[in-house]
Design a binder for this molecule. Structure first.
Ligand code: UD1
Length: 417
C-alpha cells in the first residue's frame, strides 16, 4: 500500500508523453483468443488492470510475455473456459473473455463481477446479446455459464449505449455464422481500435465509427501485430493538471480528435489551447470561467474525465454544474474534495460546484480510479501538503503517474505505508 504526498501550489512546465490506452488494450488482449498463434501488441501501458486481463487469459491456457509495453500472447492452446471469481472481482472488464471464448471453443464460465465503487454495473446487455447470437446461458453459483454449438449472426440493439457490450458482441460475432447488425453501437475510439484490430485479423466488419456496425462472420482469423491507440483519458487528465495549476504544459503523443469534447469545454471556459495533430499545449488560462456540463457517450463529454474536471471547477470562482448521466455513483471523491476546501453539493446525479479561488491541502483517500485522479489534481493546485491514501486505485489507470508529474515539476512523492 502506497500513499502520495503532494506539496501543492507549484506551477508545472514542460512536456508529458501519454501512454497507450488501457481501455483500448483490454479488449485486444481478450480478442487475441479468437485466433490460434502469437498476437503481438505494442504501446500497452504497464498497469494492474492489464496484468489482471493477462492473468485471466493465462488461466484459460495461453502463455504471454509482457515487457517494455509490448505483449506477446500465444493462444495456440485453450485448456479451460473458466474465468475465476478471484480475478473477475478485481476487474469488471474480465467479462470481455465471454464473447471470444464462445466464438473459439463454444463454452464459457465467467464469474459475475460483483459490486463496483461507481455504482451498480450490470452485465445484462452482454448476456442478452450472447443469447441473441445463439448461446444458451444460465446464471448459477455466481457464474455466467454459456454454451453454443456455433454462434449465429443476429440483430442486436441495446437499451443504452454500452462500450463493453458493443466490444463483446463484436468479438463474438466475427466468427459467427452469417450476418450480425449492432444498432446503437458505442462510438468510443476504443471500439474503433478494436474494429481495426479485428479487421487486420481478417474479420469482415463495416460501419466503423458509426452507430450501426455490420459483421459478416468468417471461418478463421489470424493472429496479428498491432499498436494500441494513446489513452485519451490520461491525456485529458494531464491537460486538466495543467489547467488546475494554471501551467502552460504540452501533452504529447495523443489523438486530439479523441478529446474534442474536452477541448470544446476548455475553450468555453476561456482557456487558450494550441492543438496540433498529436499534441495539446495550454497557451493561457487566466480569467477562467465556470461552466455547466453533462457527461454522455462518445463523442459527448466522457464520464471518465468528470471527476477530474470537477476538481478543476472547484478551483474556478463562480458556479459550475455537472450532470453525470452514465453512472449512478460517480461522486464518491466529492467528500474528499470538500475536505480540501471545496464547496460542492451533490444531489442524485447533479453536482453544484461553488468554485473557490484556492483549495487547501489535506489528508484524503482515493476510492476509485478517476476520483483518485481528481484528488491528485486538486492536491497539485492546493495550498500546502496533501496526503492521498489508497494510491492503488490511481495505479489501475495511470502508468508512472508520479514520475510523469515530477518531470513536469510537481512536488509529489510515493511513500510506502
Ligand atoms: C467502459 C469503460 C469505463 C467507462 C465506460 C463509459 C472499459 C474497460 N471501461 O465501461 O472506463 O467509464 O465505458 O464510457 O472500457 N450497462 C448496463 N448493462 C450492461 C452494460 C452496461 O446497464 O450490461 C450500463 C452501465 O451501468 C452504464 C452504461 O450502461 O450506466 C454504460 O456502461 P458501459 O459503456 O457498458 O461501460 P463499461 O463498458 O463497463
Amino acid at each position: 500500500m502506497y500513499r502520495f504526498i503532494i506539496k501543492g501550489g507549484k506551477e508545472l512546465s514542460g512536456k508529458v508523453k501519454v501512454s497507450g490506452s488501457k481501455n483500448a488494450a483490454l479488449p485486444l488482449i481478450a480478442a487475441s483468443l479468437l485466433a490460434k498463434g502469437r498476437t503481438i501488441l505494442h504501446n500497452v501501458p504497464d498497469l494492474k488492470d492489464i496484468q489482471t486481463m493477462l492473468k485471466v487469459v493465462h488461466t484459460l491456457g495461453p502463455i504471454f510475455h509482457f515487457e517494455n509495453n509490448k505483449i506477446i500472447i500465444d493462444t495456440t492452446h485453450i485448456k479451460s473456459h473458466v474465468a475465476p471469481y478471484e480475478l473477475v472481482k478485481t476487474m469488471r472488464a474480465s467479462i470481455y473473455v465471454l464473447g471470444p471464448l464462445l466464438a473459439r471453443v463454444g463454452k464459457a464460465k465467467v464469474s459475475l463481477p460483483g459490486g463496483c465503487a461507481i455504482g451498480p454495473r450490470p452485465i445484462n446487455f452482454h448476456i442478452e446479446a450472447m443469447k441473441k447470437l445463439g448461446a444458451r446461458i444460465s446464471i448459477k453459483e455466481g457464474f455466467v455459464h454459456a454454451r453454443t454449438s456455433k454462434l449465429k449472426g443476429a440483430e442486436i440493439y441495446f437499451e443504452k449505449v454500452s462500450v463493453g457490450a458493443t466490444a463483446n458482441v463484436l468479438m463474438a460475432s466475427v466468427l459467427a455464422r452469417g450476418k450480425t447488425v449492432i444498432k446503437d453501437a458505442a462510438l468510443e475510439p476504443e471500439i474503433g481500435n478494436l474494429i481495426t484490430f479485428l479487421k487486420k485479423m481478417g474479420a469482415d466488419i463495416q460501419g466503423k465509427d458509426t452507430d450501426t456496425i455490420i459483421v459478416n462472420g468468417v471461418d478463421n482469423l489470424k493472429p496479428v501485430e498491432y499498436t494500441v491507440i494513446p489513452d485519451r483519458i490520461e491525456a485529458g487528465t494531464f491537460i486538466l493538471a495543467g489547467v488546475i495549476t494554471r501551467s502552460n504544459i504540452t501533452v504529447e503523443n495523443i489523438h486530439p480528435t479523441h478529446i474534442r469534447s474536452l477541448i470544446d469545454v476548455l475553450e468555453r471556459m476561456n482557456i487558450k489551447l494550441k492543438v496540433t495533430d498529436d499534441s495539446v499545449k495550454i497557451r493561457s488560462c487566466s480569467d477562467i470561467r465556470p461552466i455547466d456540463i453533462k457527461t454522455a457517450p462518445y463523442p459527448g463529454f466522457p464520464t471518465d474525465l468528470q471527476p477530474q474536471l470537477g476538481a478543476v471547477l472547484a478551483a474556478v470562482p463562480g458556479i459550475s454544474v455537472i450532470n453525470e448521466t452514465i453512472f449512478e455513483n460517480r461522486y464518491t471523491h466529492v467528500p474528499e474534495l470538500i475536505r480540501m476546501g471545496s464547496d460542492i453539493d451533490v444531489e442524485d446525479h447533479i453536482a453544484i460546484i461553488r468554485g473557490k479561488k484556492r483549495l487547501t491541502g489535506a489528508p484524503v483517500m482515493a476510492s476509485d480510479l478517476r476520483g483518485g485522479a481528481a484528488l491528485v489534481l486538486a492536491a497539485l493546485a492546493a495550498k500546502g501538503e496533501s496526503v492521498i491514501q489508497r494510491v492503488y486505485h490511481i495505479d489501475r489507470g495511470y502508468e508512472k503517474i508520479e514520475s510523469k508529474l515530477k518531470n513536469l515539476g510537481a512536488r509529489i512523492e510515493r511513500v510506502k505505508n
